[in-house]
Write a protein that binds this ligand. Structure first.
Ligand SMILES: Nc1nc2c(ncn2[C@@H]2O[C@H](COP(=O)(O)OP(=O)(O)OP(=O)(O)O)[C@@H](O)[C@H]2O)c(=O)[nH]1
Length: 209
């Protein structure tokens, strides 16, 4: 059997930025971390790893396509992942879409490379993990799963990402902690609350030092 190989030229990236940001109390995409907002941090990091990038939210910078949920209020982040798949399926030469979360500004610089290397055939999903926990919103998804995901969302609105993954061939890729001057940073550290934001400012400083 020929070895399956997936490179950046076949991968689009979508930042998941839906949801209610209830714990933060305001839209997380626009929250400032250092000199830039979270959406800017995440888009910058993602655009180095995917051929094209888009945002799954109401608003985005002018030159970035917006990919809104097709099932708003249903299935949480899975609705965003579905919108991402449908968007990417319409792009020439794209076979997979990588999704990342807007509240996670330090995700690994080799996220896509390592997820892509873990995929052994065209219908496989790869998701990230760290510290023994999986992070299914950080996934590399075949765009051909859009119809299956749509049927899954339509059938039951209460299920979670993990339930969808159980239906498919999934590989989990473990990422190491990132050394900083202060201590080891989990690259999937995410910002849900104002206190998390204070901690993220400290990590930003530690990374810059
Ligand atoms: N497209 C889409 N993305 C979502 C939805 N709910 C959450 N997300 C995204 O999934 C990721 C994790 O979200 P959570 O932190 O669990 O939820 P949140 O709505 O951002 O915040 P809370 O309201 O405080 O739980 C973030 O990138 C969110 O933008 C949704 O309904 N649709």
């Amino acid at each position: 059997m020929a070895e399956f190989s997936l490179d950046k030229s076949h991968i689009a990236g979508v930042v998941l930025a839906g949801g209610r940001s209830q714990r933060m109390g305001r839209d997380k995409a626009g929250v400032m971390l250092g000199a830039e907002n979270l959406l800017h941090h995440v888009l910058t990091r993602l655009s180095q790893q995917a051929l094209l990038v888009a945002v799954n939210a109401e608003t985005a910078p002018e030159d970035v396509p917006v990919v809104p949920d097709r099932f708003p209020g249903k299935a949480g982040p899975m609705a965003g992942i579905h919108a991402a798949m449908v968007y990417a399926a319409g792009l020439p030469s794209i076979t997979h879409v990588v999704t990342v979360s807007v509240d996670c500004p330090f995700f690994p610089a080799d996220l896509v490379a390592r997820l892509a290397a873990a995929i052994e055939h065209s219908s496989q999903i790869a998701i990230a993990a760290s510290e023994g926990r999986s992070h299914p919103v950080f996934g590399l998804w075949p765009v051909t799963l859009a119809a299956d995901l749509e049927a899954w969302i339509a059938a039951d609105e209460k299920r979670r990402v993990r339930d969808f993954l159980l239906r498919h061939d999934v590989t989990e890729v473990a990422f190491p902690l990132h050394p900083t001057r202060a201590s080891l940073l989990d690259p999937f550290f995410n910002i849900n609350t104002p206190d998390d934001l204070v901690e993220a400012e400290r990590w930003l400083e530690a990374l810059r030092a």
